[in-house]
Design a protein around this ligand. Structure first.
Ligand SMILES: NC(=O)c1ccc[n+]([C@@H]2O[C@H](COP(=O)([O-])OP(=O)(O)OC[C@H]3O[C@@H](n4cnc5c(N)ncnc54)[C@H](OP(=O)(O)O)[C@@H]3O)[C@@H](O)[C@H]2O)c1
Length: 325
């Protein structure tokens, strides 16, 4: 895979990155976990699996890795892998996030798996934790799921601390979720342009079912921000575990790849995207997802695929009803 810049951040990424949300903790919301992860969700088994998937991705050229404080032990698994493989910080770009705390106690049946807290105290604590694990590998630190109503974008003390972090050499970004993604991204752009916030990259959900953040992401790209797309296969809905729509299956058959590769290729067809995340949990899924890089969708196919979009409110309702398994 040919590497490319992450906007004007000075960081370098591969067009497909690997996200560790589904690999750092026993339970998560993606659809086919019973089939793909099996019953052994112990710490050692998941660390071994995480390292296998990282090996497969890195071996295939993936050079952006995405974690978060709330992904269970994802940062620790990533740190042990980086150390075991002897990778230098210059060899791979690492992003993580603060703003949610993992409280699932490594239980599948936890009542609550993660708790949101965008306060200065949470930032200070979680930045120290991320730095202790990732040290000089930490290239990008993102607010986890910023929303207008979380107050983060108006909190001077948090924005000042993030500015200090930026000035220390770490790129500062935000991720967004929910039907209001576009408004959040535009507010963050406005604040940064006015010199009141230090954001230089955004990570957002864009997929064939929920493309509504596209225009705001194009504006972010035009402003020089790095643009990272997450949930490209809609948490498994656009994979063999979901019920792929006919149009998607048709296009996949035409290119002789899986539906997941077409879903990722559709993300990469947007001129504003720098890196799309694979959420693969097996080396085979890494290979399936990476087939996207070879898929060139033509205008007619992109039009056909655009018919899959759902109203954003409905998409996010379905997503928030996904069970942790
Ligand atoms: N707010 C945020 O900042 C935020 C939120 C969500 C995600 N993210 C980032 O985005 C990354 C990806 O997101 P995600 O995992 O939530 O969603 P996703 O990428 O849409 O879904 C990934 C899931 O799809 C399934 N899958 C993928 N390829 C497959 C294949 N070939 N065959 C069968 N199943 C396949 C796997 O789940 P099963 O095997 O279980 O089916 C995999 O875990 C995360 O790791 C994280 O880094 C960030």
């Amino acid at each position: 895979m040919r590497l490319r810049p992450l906007g004007s951040t000075g960081l370098t990424v591969s067009p497909v990155g690997l996200g560790l949300a589904a690999l750092g903790r026993p339970a998560y919301i993606d659809l086919g976990r019973d089939a793909d992860l099996g019953a052994d969700r112990g710490v050692e088994a998941l660390e071994r699996r995480c390292h296998q998937v990282l090996d497969a991705a890195f071996g295939a050229g993936v050079r952006y890795l995405d974690a978060a404080r709330s992904y269970g032990r994802a940062e620790a698994f990533l740190a042990s892998w980086l150390q075991a493989r002897g990778l230098d910080p210059a060899e791979v770009t690492v992003g993580s996030k603060w703003g949610y705390t993992y409280v699932g106690d490594w239980r599948m049946d936890a009542d609550v798996h993660e708790v949101k807290d965008h306060s200065l105290a949470a930032l200070t604590r979680q930045l120290a934790e991320s730095r202790a694990l990732l040290g000089p590998h930490l290239d990008l630190y993102q607010v986890h799921s910023a929303t207008l109503d979380s107050g983060i974008l108006e909190d001077r003390s948090v924005l000042d601390e993030l500015t200090r972090l930026r000035d220390s050499g770490v790129v500062v970004g935000l991720s967004s979720s929910g039907p209001g993604q576009a408004d959040t991204i535009r507010r963050a752009l406005e604040l940064t342009e006015a010199g009141k916030a230090p954001f230089a990259s955004v990570q957002a959900t864009w997929n064939l079912l929920e493309p509504s953040a596209g225009p705001a992401l194009a504006e972010a790209g035009a402003a020089g921000w790095g643009v990272i797309v997450k949930e490209a296969v809609a948490n498994g809905r656009l994979t063999p575990h979901g019920q792929a729509a006919d149009a998607l299956a048709r296009v996949a058959a035409r290119h002789a790849v899986g539906v997941d590769a077409v879903a990722l290729a559709a993300v990469l067809a947007n001129p504003w995207v720098d890196v799309v995340l694979s959420g693969a949990v097996t080396p085979a899924q890494v290979e399936d997802n990476l087939a996207a890089v070879q898929v060139e969708l033509d205008g007619g196919e992109l039009e056909e695929l655009a018919t899959l979009a759902e109203p954003p409110e409905r998409y996010w309702q379905v997503r928030s009803a996904l069970a942790w398994s």
